[in-house]
Design a protein around this ligand. Structure first.
Ligand code: PLP
Length: 455
């Protein structure tokens, strides 16, 4: 790129003219301009004006080992030189893909011993969706095809994944959801729990699954899917009663339990997988993001012995896969990422050290007049903005309120995310205590700004 095209105004103009952005109002980019991120190091990103931001969101919940790790570039370039591409179709493999499958299952628990590779979390969602149906058909239950998911869940952006997600604003675009998908409520006690205690509410929403299976007919339901903690939905941590009840229902009603580990997988909750933190055993578990810390695109589905045995002995060809399933360079990047997480004890650091430190700071914000709830597990945090603490009253325009705080943080050099009236954080596992303090300090200023101007 020459200096001319690199000037900020040029890039912004070129971008507005040619680049269609995901999850953006593209018409507005011409007016507001695109933020151009040029480089990054540790937990900091730098834009094209030279401004430095603390990235409290690790990209999109993914750069868990931090930016600028030379070990990653070395591993990637070594593999690039050795074998830049070969596929895993028709009984072939490459050393990194095979070794990565072994490495992943070594952390996944004794009943999870197989992995199917994809390029993203959305493809992982489409993959388990088909696999669940194939599984039941192979067992002689061809009508078991429907999948139950949750309102305000997020599972990706392909047609099946956006349908499984419970976001009405996504369903509005593209005639979604597709057939065969039903939604039940979410364990969002703050907004929907009313007078029930969190534990009572957790049981109540879990039992909606039972009722939905009755309504659809057990013989027609293949699976239930949920994130251990809803991420994009606002970092909703379910009440303690929720997951044990869900796991019980899935078992008793004989439907597959799918744990979407795309955000929670590989350490974010201070456990290797979210299901380990909450103590349940899924049948299928899609992963992505933290598998390579976002350095290169790769995802997959962890497959339990129950499902794998059927896939291996009764299905024959599984007519599904992607040109880049198990791409050797992406797999080499993921292997190096997992080596770093292991060698630096990052899962333990999240669980025992920086996670609890983050929790202390995050929960200190509860004393603010605009904050109704703070939740965190490991290094993921959600903070509920409220117009009235005592009654849990929401602001009239929740989206505007979250955006107001988020933009104030951005002006002050902190990247956070807002989902409606919830502020979300999910920093890199390598973040220092001083950097955690910075997040809390800048966010508190954003909350002050809301208190002064936002009502
Ligand atoms: N599942 C969950 C829980 C996610 O948060 C995401 C992305 O944010 C996805 C699936 C989709 O992943 P991708 O964007 O890699 O397709």
């Amino acid at each position: 790129m020459n200096d001319n095209t690199k000037t900020i105004s040029n890039l912004a103009a070129i971008d507005a003219a040619h680049h269609l952005h995901p999850f953006s109002d593209m018409g507005k980019l011409n007016v507001s301009g695109t933020r151009i991120i040029e480089r990054a190091e540790g937990v900091f990103i730098y834009d094209s004006t030279g401004k430095k931001y603390l990235d409290a969101f690790a990209g999109l919940w993914c750069v868990n080992i931090g930016y600028g790790r030379r070990e990653m570039t070395d591993a990637i370039s070594r593999q690039m030189n050795e074998l830049p591409y070969y596929n895993a179709f028709f009984g072939t493999t490459t050393p990194p893909a095979t070794l990565l499958a072994q490495k992943i299952v070594s952390h996944a628990g004794s009943n999870m011993n197989h992995v199917f590779f994809t390029n993203s979390g959305s493809e992982a969602t489409d993959t388990w969706f088909r696999m669940a149906r194939v599984y039941w058909k192979a067992l002689g239950h061809p009508t078991k095809t429907k999948v139950i998911a949750r309102r305000n869940g997020y599972h990706g952006s392909t047609v099946a994944a956006a349908s499984l997600g419970g976001m009405p604003w996504m369903h509005e675009q593209g005639n979604l959801p597709i057939e065969g998908i039903a939604h039940i409520g979410q364990p969002y006690w703050y907004a929907e729990g009313g007078d029930l205690s969190p534990d009572e509410f957790g049981l109540k929403v879990a039992r909606e699954l039972d009722a939905k299976i009755d309504e659809l007919g057990e013989e027609n339901v293949a699976a239930f899917v949920a994130e251990p903690i809803q991420g994009a939905g606002g970092v909703i941590v379910p009440p303690e009663t929720y997951w044990p009840e869900i796991a019980r229902i899935c078992k008793e009603r004989n439907i597959l339990l799918v744990s979407d580990e795309v955000i929670c997988g590989f350490g974010r909750l201070g456990s290797w997988f979210g299901y380990q933190h909450f103590g349940y055993e899924p049948d299928l578990a899609p992963v992505a993001k933290g598998l390579s810390s976002g350095y290169l695109p790769i995802g997959g589905v962890l497959v339990s012995d129950r499902v794998a045995e059927v896939m291996l002995t009764k299905v024959g060809d599984f007519n599904h896969g992607f040109t880049y399933s198990g791409h050797p360079v992406c797999a080499a990047a993921a292997l190096e990422n997992l080596r770093i997480i292991e060698d630096e004890g990052l899962v333990e650091r999240v669980r025992d050290d920086i996670g609890p430190y983050f929790r202390q700071g995050w929960h200190s914000l509860l004393d603010h007049e605009t904050v109704g709830e703070t939740v965190s597990v490991g290094l993921i945090g959600g903070l509920q903005l409220t117009a009235d603490k005592a009654t849990r009253r929401r602001f009239d325009k929740p989206d505007d309120i979250g955006t107001l705080v988020r933009n104030h943080c951005l002006e002050n050099g902190l990247v956070m995310r807002a989902t409606g009236d919830r502020m979300l954080a999910s920093p890199a596992f390598t973040i220092s205590r001083t950097e955690v303090d910075q997040i809390i300090e800048i966010l508190r200023k954003g909350l002050d700004h809301l208190a002064q101007t936002g009502r």
